[in-house]
Ligand binder design. Structure first.
Ligand code: ATP
Length: 638
């Protein structure tokens, strides 16, 4: 009965709740998704049941578990060579031509003589093995991984091989944005409800619509009291809860939980203090120093376990043993569990002052021993989201601040409440901004205090505005861009890359869109370091998910895999005849590019998919003064 599913993908009624889903059914769906460029394909994604299917599409392990599935090419090539009887060098050379190891593996497997029919892979089996592989570490881990991969590969047929390899690489690359997956999960949860078999077509459509509406609220970032995925970004918990309780009850079950990092609230850039005052006219707001360090979400569970997570939900506890050691001293009696939103900032113990971000970035990330720490940190706490078993995110910022002050003690140079001022005039805010900059901070965060001041996980909220010190000279904010190519250097830069092609990320199409070349702001030290860093990530062919103009002035000498994010400052943005960032959003056929881009720093805390997205680029373009020359089409720099 399981196999019947492959050929009955349009029939909701034939699905039976406990049927094992064959992996081939999932891969057939992936093939269809890959072949379509249409939006709104969510109904196709999980036609039969959904629990294990959804998991396999979106993630193998949440980031905070620290188990990544991004298996390196060398291991995968060895596994493909083993499973297909081809040499590694042949596989590598095919891969250089085709640009996708998954496709090479599929073709290689098809050419191979096979004996017998092999086992039928089920989604559950594949998922369990992938999860097992992600957890393998320690001695002879490479051999163990290859052995587990081979146990699947020998039984793969057709496109199963391609998708298995891509899953192992950590990315399916079928043009399926995570938000489409969320809508599909909601539909699947309704369809897989056994009662729905008795529903009329109209009733089913109504239910699908209402399920989608609930998830759409999340997606459209409306003000909500319900954000299961943002509050509890773990599909291993959300999907079984959906299966058991249905979408309408999800918010009662999937709530902020200490030990599971939530997606942090983000701020809107502003270009002037008057813009801040216009936005917050007649609204109570607070200005806080914008500390320039690393975001740190600190969780304490009821059993006393403490964990620190990055902006990216990565577990930072091993990076900051000094914070872990200090925390018990600042927690007031009676406090049993909490979640704090903070910035960890480099601190000069002798001079008792904040040090710039560059100093913090010299700290080791792994295996840090308290005795060896050269750069001390001070935690500046600006929000509390959970206290003693209760989520505080729907309370006002004023009330959260009160809870914070009652529950923690300050300790100079170790744990301090973010410096704040309830200001009302431009002059007062300007003085506070100057003070923050003089104290090695980046500027101010301005936040609503009462009305509309709930904590909005994952949302870039208009209730949090950021004012950076150089907003007057630039475009209000820096951009975080992905390095996708390099240009060989000339003159003094011979032997290294002299410039780089950068891209923003478009999360709708899951593509990287070229935005500018950058060659300034890079020191000799940087150039040397980047030349070595990108060496293992060179690729011969740009992947299909890079969007760029294939013209001599743009095509880089070397393409790179999308592995690193750089913070870049620019004079302004312009409509570009050659770059693809936000193509179609501000001009029907042209993209947007940066003028006079300048490298600022590497963003270790952001993955490529958290780079500035196409919509943000378009918003920045629209926000800039349209009377300036930047509204015109200009030649790109460099
Ligand atoms: P974005 O997340 O908006 O793309 P980003 O990660 O580059 O941008 P910034 O533009 O620097 O971040 O602004 C938000 C960051 O500022 C927060 O993620 C946090 O790390 C930091 N920050 C420092 N001080 C505060 C504060 N008082 N309140 C909130 N965030 C603060």
């Amino acid at each position: 009965s399981a196999l019947k599913l492959i050929d009955s993908s349009d029939s909701v009624a034939s699905w039976k709740k406990n049927d094992p889903v064959p992996y081939s059914a999932l891969c057939k769906t992936f093939d269809e998704i890959e072949a379509t460029t249409k939006r709104g394909i969510s109904d196709k994604i999980f036609p039969h049941g959904f629990a294990s299917l959804a998991k396999i599409v979106v993630t193998i392990c949440p980031e905070y578990e620290g188990k990544e599935l991004g298996i390196g090419d060398s291991i995968l090539m060895k596994a493909v060579a083993n499973a297909t009887g081809r040499s590694i060098s042949n596989i590598k050379s095919d891969c250089d031509k085709v640009g996708d190891l998954g496709t090479v593996a599929e073709v290689s497997k098809k050419k191979q003589m096979t004996f017998g029919v092999g086992k039928i892979l089920t989604v559950d089996k594949v998922f369990a093995t992938l999860k097992e592989i992600s957890g393998i570490s320690g001695s002879s881990s490479q051999a163990k991984k290859i052995e587990r991969i081979n146990s699947l590969l020998v039984n793969c047929k057709g496109s199963e091989t391609k998708f298995l390899i891509r899953s192992l690489e950590g990315k399916l690359r079928i043009g399926l944005a995570e938000k489409t997956v969320l809508v599909a999960i909601s539909h699947a949860s309704i369809i897989s409800n056994i009662e729905c078999k008795a529903w009329s077509k109209e009733k089913l459509e109504r239910e699908l619509e209402s399920g989608t509406a609930i998830l759409k609220q999340v997606l459209e970032k409306k003000k909500l009291t319900f954000h299961p995925y943002s509050e509890l970004p773990n599909y291993d918990i959300i999907i079984p809860a959906l299966a058991e309780h249905g979408i309408k009850k999800l918010h009662e079950i999937c709530k902020l939980t200490p030990g599971i990092p939530l997606k942090p609230m983000l701020a809107h850039p502003t270009k002037s203090l008057t813009e801040v005052l216009d936005r917050f006219e007649n609204i109570n707001f607070i200005c806080e120093f914008k500390y320039d360090g690393e975001r740190a979400q600190i969780h304490q569970l009821e059993d006393g376990t403490i964990n620190i997570y990055s902006r990216n939900s990565e577990n930072l506890s091993v990076k900051y043993p000094d914070i872990m050691q200090m925390l018990p001293d600042v927690i007031a009696p009676g406090v049993t569990s909490f979640v704090l939103d903070c910035e960890a900032v480099a601190w000069d113990i002798k001079k008792k002052c904040i040090l710039p971000f560059q100093v913090l970035s010299t700290r080791k990330r792994k295996d840090v021993a308290v005795e060896d720490i050269q750069v001390a940190v001070c935690v500046y706490v600006f929000d509390i989201l959970y206290l003693n078993g209760k989520s505080l995110i729907t309370e006002t910022l004023r009330s959260r601040k009160e809870s914070l002050k009652k529950s923690f003690f300050e300790q100079e140079g170790k744990f301090t409440f973010a410096k704040a001022l309830e200001a009302s005039s431009v002059d007062e805010i300007q003085t506070f901004l100057d003070e923050s900059v003089a104290g090695n901070c980046e500027g101010l965060m301005v936040k609503t205090m009462d009305d509309g001041s709930t904590y909005e996980p994952s949302i870039r909220s208009k209730n949090w505005l950021k004012v950076k010190k150089d907003y007057l000279t630039g475009i209000g904010d820096t951009l975080d861009l992905v390095v996708i190519g390099g240009y060989f250097g000339k003159g003094k830069r011979t032997g290294w890359y002299g410039g780089f092609l950068l891209a923003c990320y478009d999360d709708d199409s899951e593509t990287y869109q070229s935005i500018c070349k950058v060659a300034t702001g890079l020191t000799e030290e940087n150039l040397k370091q980047f030349y070595e860093l990108f060496e293992p990530y060179k690729i011969d062919v740009p992947p299909s998910y890079y969007q760029f103009s294939d013209v001599p002035n743009i095509r880089p000498d070397v393409w790179f895999k999308p592995v690193q994010v750089w913070e870049v400052k620019a004079a302004d943005l312009s409509i570009s005849p050659v770059h693809h960032a936000g193509k179609g959003l501000c001009d029907p056929s042209k993209g947007i590019s940066l003028r006079f881009p300048r490298f600022i720093r590497v963003r270790e805390d952001k993955g490529p998919e958290q780079a500035t997205n196409a919509e943000q680029v378009a918003t920045m373009y629209r926000a800039q003064n349209l009377n300036s020359a930047s509204g015109n089409v200009l030649e790109d720099d460099f």
